[in-house]
Design a protein. Structure first.
Length: 305
């Protein structure tokens, strides 16, 4: 596959403004406010938020990019699960906030907020962990209910190192061999969603299940693997829910230099973990004797129908 780097340290690769160049020079992520966490195998900070395959639209490949606009996606999920106008507070500070303000709030547990929750491990691999937990507290600081949130973009294949070097040196865009690892959709993402969704269904206070945040192209590939969105019947939020919260670029007609491209919530599709599992297991098989016919062709034999 051939692709170019679309966003570099938060800004469009074709943004040659001083602000964009400064972010690349200091290796700072403008969304997190700290050094970019993506790096090459040799430890060099890569700064790549999204790549653009030559034949399709750009695809976000860094989860931090989805945290834009001050973690708006967490606010969106909290409102959908718990209702409007609830303050999001770092998990360790949430009880004091609720008591001091005599108001309900949402305790946020996740990297940079309240730290990850300590959960029992599955075979010492931490198989129960989710990226975020949003917990609704009463005005006395009591736990009312919670939801879990997974955030997933897409891994890359090949390398975009030449594109990195070109942008870093003189802000030019160069084609690379980078591609997108769509195989992970079936091999890793979907099995994890099903497994964690089943665990959360057994939690008495997890009344809205699991929210899965992903870029639009990732959602589209997931739906292809599951046989189409229409096959995943919509359900109201419930303990067995899996809600696909889909985000993508809100691409302006005339991009403004020195500014990040805003994201927008494209779709929220709530179904159940059982429907996802059923669709995942419903594999479409090829016609019979495909192996035999391939062997015969390789041997130069005529296939008798």
């Amino acid at each position: 596959m051939v692709a170019t780097i679309f966003e570099f340290f938060g800004y469009r690769a074709d943004d040659a403004s001083d602000v964009a160049k400064r972010a690349a020079h200091t290796e700072t992520c403008p969304i997190s406010g700290v050094t970019c966490q993506k790096s090459f195998n040799d430890g060099v900070v890569s700064g790549v938020c999204a790549i653009k395959p030559i034949t399709s639209e750009p695809v976000i490949c860094c989860p931090i990019r989805l945290y834009a606009d001050d973690y708006r996606m967490l606010s969106d999920i909290a409102e959908r699960a718990f209702g409007p106008d609830l303050e999001l507070v770092a998990g360790r500070d949430a009880v004091n906030y609720a008591v001091d303000h005599q108001d309900e709030c949402v305790a946020v547990f996740g990297k940079g907020w309240g730290g990850e929750l300590r959960l029992p491990q599955k075979s010492k691999k931490g198989g129960y962990f989710v990226d975020w937990v949003l917990a609704k507290l009463s005005n006395r600081g009591d736990l009312i209910e919670f939801v879990a949130v997974e955030v997933q973009t897409i891994d890359t294949t090949g390398t975009y190192r030449p594109g990195y070097e070109a942008l870093k040196n003189d802000r030019t865009i160069e084609k690379t061999t980078a591609g997108l690892n769509w195989e992970n959709v079936a091999k890793r993402i979907l099995p994890q969603l099903i497994y964690k969704g089943q665990i959360l269904q057994r939690e008495e206070l997890c009344r809205s299940g699991l929210f899965f945040v992903c870029p639009a192209p990732v959602f589209e590939r997931i739906m292809e693997r599951l046989g189409g969105q229409e096959g995943l019947i919509r359900y109201a939020l419930q303990p067995a829910s899996i809600t696909f919260a889909v985000y993508d670029y809100d691409m302006p007609d005339n991009p403004v230099p020195k500014s990040l491209i805003p994201l927008k919530n494209m779709l929220n599709h709530s179904t159940t973990v059982y429907k996802v599992q059923e669709a995942f297991n419903n594999v479409t098989l090829p016609v019979e004797n495909v192996y035999r016919d391939a062997i015969l062709r390789a041997l130069g034999n005529t296939i008798n129908q």
